[in-house]
Design a protein around this ligand. Structure first.
Ligand code: F6P
Length: 344
């Protein structure tokens, strides 16, 4: 079997571990070969690819980013129909199956191709942990660890200066990173997209905390968190990508000044941004990514196209792409209730 791979959307620690695992699983049986497309769907549309072999995938397990490169290219943007160009490349390269590794957008394209008869097996990827069909995505634990380390560091300087530290983290639709890292780092408030917030309430909460003793606070805010209508003015009119997503970032800046104004406590914002996606994956993500890669190759060899691999509990599972992508996996309310117990 000849298998094509691509990585699309935002990069994520563990992508290289998946690529290596697909190749290694395939080479363990006789006769499989691999092609890596560069820069997501752009590489398939433009037939920009190279052979993936034992040697070209050696030593990449702990490396962040993706050796394939990535992009947010959408073969169906602006009414375009990229299926014919994709088919042409796959047939010219005699590719029997494609394994796209990506989040909701990349896998949405994979699902459309599957409906049109292209042999695909999806691998979910996102530090945001918001793809359905899996309990967790690789890259998430790494991001949570990076944010937790940052919160630990912010604690000591917050305490020294009696400041409110606002920490803005990634999380476009969901507050998984904010909540996990907030619990791990002992945040005093966590603001997530699933629960529109009222800045007056957050300020009242901080005042109550400071009134009972502590003279500093840590507020973790997901970039996609939104104020209840009319309660806080945030940046508008940012550019959108080929999948129509606005570029986020900036809620923390608005919160910094508004919390300072409402409470009188000196405040500072730290926007962690792409630091959360960079660098080497933690061991958990390397293992999960490796298992996903092996499972994706097994699904391809087994002809189980249109499936996405994932994990439920400790077991690797396959879910139809259409089902996995139906809606984003929102934060578990029970987990958020646990986080709330420690606010203030
Ligand atoms: O991959 C998901 C994500 O990290 C989101 O949390 C974030 O909104 C987005 O990607 C940022 O994308 P870009 O790298 O294009 O700025």
């Amino acid at each position: 079997m000849r298998v094509g791979l691509l990585t699309g959307g935002g990069d994520c620690p563990g992508l290289n571990a998946v690529i290596r695992a697909v190749v290694r699983r395939g080479l363990a049986d006789q006769g499989h070969s691999f092609v890596g497309f560069r820069h997501g769907w752009a590489g398939v549309l433009e037939d920009n690819a190279f052979e993936l072999t034992l040697s070209s995938t050696a030593g990449i397990l702990p490396r962040g980013g993706t050796i394939l490169g990535t992009s947010r290219t959408n073969p169906y943007a602006d009414g375009r129909d990229g299926t014919a160009a994709i088919r042409e490349t796959l047939s010219a390269r005699e590719i029997d199956a494609l394994i796209p590794i990506g989040g909701e957008d990349t896998l949405g394209v994979a699902q459309r191709l599957h409906e049109e008869g292209v042999a695909v097996v999806g691998v979910p990827k996102t530090i945001d942990n918001d793809v359905g069909g899996t309990d967790v995505t690789f890259g998430f634990q790494t991001a949570v660890q990076i944010v937790t380390d940052a919160i630990d560091r912010l604690h000591t300087t917050a305490e020294s200066h009696n400041r409110v530290m606002v920490v803005e983290v990634m999380g476009r639709h969901t507050g998984w990173i904010a909540t996990h890292a907030g619990i791990a780092g002992g945040a005093d408030a966590i603001l997530v997209p699933e629960r529109p917030f009222d800045v007056e309430e957050v300020a009242a909460h901080l005042r109550a905390r400071h009134a009972r003793g502590p003279s500093f606070s840590i507020v973790v805010v997901a970039e996609g968190a939104t104020p209840r209508e009319g309660t806080l003015h945030t940046r508008e009119g940012t550019a959108t990508d080929a999948f129509g997503h606005a570029r986020l970032g900036g809620i923390g800046v608005a919160l910094e000044s508004e919390l300072e104004r409402l409470t009188g406590y000196e405040s500072r914002v730290t926007i962690l941004g792409h630091v959360q996606r960079g660098g080497t994956p933690v061991a958990f993500d390397r293992v999960l990514a490796t298992r996903f890669g092996v499972a994706a190759m097994d699904a391809a060899v087994g002809g189980r196209f249109g499936a996405m691999v994932g994990v439920r509990g400790t077991q690797i599972v396959e879910t139809p792409l259409a089902e996995a992508l139906r809606e984003p996996k929102l934060l578990d309310p029970e987990l958020f209730r646990t986080a709330e117990l420690f606010f203030g």
